[in-house]
Design a protein around this ligand. Sequence first.
Ligand code: BGC
Length: 873
Amino acid sequence: MHMTLRPLLYATLASTSLWAQLAPSGLRCEYLTDPMGIDTPNPRFFWILQHTQRGASQTAYQIVVSGGNEVVWDSGRVASPASTQVVYAGKPLQSGKIYSWKVRYWDQADQASPYSAPAHFDMGLLTASDWQAKWIRGGNQVRKEFTLDAKPVRARAYVAGIGYYEMRINGRKAGDHVLDSPYTPYDKRVLYSTYDVTDMLHAGPNAVGVMLGEGWFASRAAIVQIQVEMENGRRVTIASDATWKSAQGPILSDSIYNGETYDARKETPGWDRAGLQDAAWEPVSLNDPPKGVLSAQMMPPIRVVASLPALKMTSPKPGVWIYDLGQNFSGWTRLKVRGPAGTAVKLRHAELLYDDGTLNVENLRTARATDVYILKGGGEDETYEPRFTYHGFRYVELTGFPGTPQMDTLTGEVVHSDVRPSGGFSSSKTVLNQVQRSIVWGIASNLESIPTDCNQRDERMGWMADAHLYGEAAMLNFDMPAFYTNFLRDIRDSQDDDGSVPDTVPRARFARGPADPAWGSAYPLFVLYMYQRYGDRRILEEHFDGIRRWTDFLTSRASDGIVSFSKYGDWVPIETTPGPLVSTFYYYWSADIVARVAAVLGKQAEAERYGKLAADIRTAFHKKFFNPDLNSYGSGSQTSNILPLFLNLPPDDVRGASMGRLRNDIVYGHNTHMTTGIVGAKYLFPLLTRTGNSDLAYELATDTSYPSWGYMVEHGATTLWELWQDKTGPSMNSHNHPMFGSIGTWFYEALAGINFDDQEPGYSRIRIAPQVVRDLNWASGTLETVRGTVSSSWSRSGAALRMELTIPAGSVAEVHVPKLGLNDVVVEEAGRAVWKAGKFEPGVAGISSGKETASEIVLEIGSGSYVFERAGN
Ligand code: BGC
C-alpha cells in the first residue's frame, strides 16, 4: 500500500510548488515512439514540456543517451528553446544496438525539471555489409529450423519482402504488421521491418517460416536475418540462404486487386515449428537482390486497426447473403465457418448495391475483390482472413456457405497504415460532422504505406495531386510526419534525371512521362507542409535539390513564364479551367517554395534567383490570363480566379475586383454553389476566410444540394466520392476518394481556428482565429502537435461568446476574439477583465498584451488553459 502511495505523493508534490515543471513526456525519436530499427545515423529527438504555470517555456535542455552502460551522448546543458527536431550529436550509433535516452529542461525561471522516464530507440542494420542474409524465393512458403544452445536474452529479426511476407516463429506470427513490406520504388529502396522476437525463441530447436505474397512487386521473395544474443553471451545469426526449404502452401493465388484463394486442406500443420518431416520440401532458390537499398521502415506499419461487426444481413437471392458493415473502409473480411472439407466459400466485396439488394461491383473495373476459402472440414469452426490482399468496401457478398450464416459469421477488419489519430473536430452543425467523419475514414483508408487515390478499384496508386490536396487534412487528423517523410523519399527516388517526377509515386502503369504540374508539385508542397506543421528543417535540407530540380524542369517546359503543358488540371470539375493556368499557378508556387526554402537554409543566391523567377512568373501569369474587361482570369471559371487570388498573384489594383467577380459567380452565377474540381476546391476555403467571406464558405460547406459535400453524405456517402455527381456504373466513380477532403483543413483552421504561423513553424507560435459564422453555435478542435496539445473550442449564446483554449508549454499564441459587430467589448478570462473600455487590462497570468482592430480583440498569450468570455453592446 505504502509502496504504491509514495510515487503518487511525489507526483502531487512535483506538480505544485516544488517543481512547477514536471518531467517532459511524449518522448519521440524520428517522430516515432520507441522505434525499432531506425537507420538514421543522427536521429532527432522530440519531447513535450509539462508545466503547471501559464506562459511556461524552455530555456535549456539536457539529453542523455546511453547504449548499455555506456553514455554515448550527454548534451550537457544546452541553452535553447528547442524541444523538437533536436539532432543527436554523440558517438556514432551502432548497427543493431538498443539505446535509451532521457531529457530534462530548464524553464523560464531557470528551474530544472526532473528527468523524463527513459525512452528507447533501436538501431537497424546500418550498412549493406551488416546483411549476411540472402534474398530467397521458391514456393509461397519457406522455412528453416535451427537450434539455440541457450535461452536468448535479446533477439531481433530484420525482414523484407518484395512483395508481401508474413513471418512466423515457433508457430506464431512475429509482430503485428500486415501487408509488409511497404510499397516503395523497389529499384531505389526496399524497406525492412525490425521485430523484437526475444520471447518467441527458446533454447533448443526452433523454426522460422515465411509465407510470401505477390504484393505490389508481383513477385515472391524475402530476406530474413535474425540476430540472437544468448544468456551465455554467445551471438548467433540465422539468415535466409540456400539452406532454407520451400513448398507451395495453402494460398492458391493472391493479388492485391483480385483477392486471395486459400485451400485449408493444403495447410501443413507444424510447418512453422521445429520437428517437421520436411522431405517433400525443396531447397529455395537465391533471388537476385532487388536494385534498391535495404532501408529501415521508419513509419507506422500497416496493421489491422479495428473490427467492424455487420450491421445488417439480407438474402436477395437463394444462397446469396449480403452483409452491410455500415462504413466504406479498407481491409478484408474475417470469416467463421464450419462444414465439410472442400466446401468453397466465396466473399466478394463492393462499395455499392443494386436496388434489388445484390452486389454492384461495376465501379471496381477489373479488380475482382474476391476471396475464396476452401474448408479443411473436420467438424470444427474454421476462421479465415486473407493475408496478401485488401479491398475497399462496405458490402460483402457471401456465397457457397454451408448452411445458414449468422450476423457474426463475418466481421470487417480495418487495415491501414497505423497512424495515430492526432486531432478531432466537431461542431453544432450535423452535416459538418458527417463530412468530417467521411474525411477521416476516407483518408485513413487511403494510407496504405503510400497515400493512395482510392481503395477499391484497379488503381490505388500514389496519385500525387490527390496526395497533396488531402495532405494537410491528413496532417490535422493523423500523426503523419513519419509517413510523409517516407513518401518524400519515394518522390525523390522517383525523380528523373531531367528533374521531372511521375504522376504517381511509386511510378506505375498509369504514370506516363512527366507529371502534370499540378500533380508533380506535390514534391515542393509536401516539403513546405512538413516545415510549416512540424518545423522539419531536415526535410528542407534533404529535398532542396530535388524541389529545385523539379522547378527547373518546369522552367525547361515554360515559355515566357507560362507552362502550357497540362494533363488533368483542375480535375473532375463542373466547369473546366484552362490547363495552362493551373500549370502556371503551380509553376509559380514551386519557384516560390524553392526561394523560401533557400532563405531558411541560408542559401542567399538561390533565394534571390528563385524569388526573381517567381516574380517573373507572377507578372507573366497576369499578363497572359487576366481579362481587364471582365476583371477575371482565364475562362472566368471559379478556379481560374481562385488560384491567382489564393497566392496573391493579382496586382493590388485588380485584386478586389477579381475577388468580387469570383464571389458573384458563386453566389449569383451559381446560386451559391461551386463549379470547381479538386484543385479549386482546396484553395477556395482559406481564400474566402482570409478575405472576410467565412459566411459564404460556411454556406458552401454546409450545403446539401448538388454539388456539395453535404450532397454526398445525404446520399449515403460514408467516405467522400471521386465525383460531385451521384454516379454508379462501370465508369470512373469511386466512392472512397479522399481528394475532396481538403476542406477538412478549413474545419480546424477556420471553424475551430487553430493555425500555425509561417514565421515560427511547427506550432511554436499559434494563431487562434475562430470564425463565428451564421447559425453555427459552437465548434471545437483539438490537435496533437509536435509540441503538445492545442485545443480551441467556442460557443455562443445570444451576444455572449465563450472561448476555451489550451496552448502547449513552450508555445505562444495570438488569440483573435471576434467582436461580431458589438461595441464596448469586454473580454474576461475566468472572470477577470483582460480587455475593457477600449484597452488591455494587464495582470492576468499568461496574457501579455492586447490590441483592438476593426473586427477583433487580439490577445497575446503564453501556454496554459484559458477560458475567455466576451460581451458587448
Ligand atoms: C485517379 C485520380 C487521379 C487521376 C489523374 C484517376 O484515375 O483516381 O484521382 O488523380 O486519375 O487524373
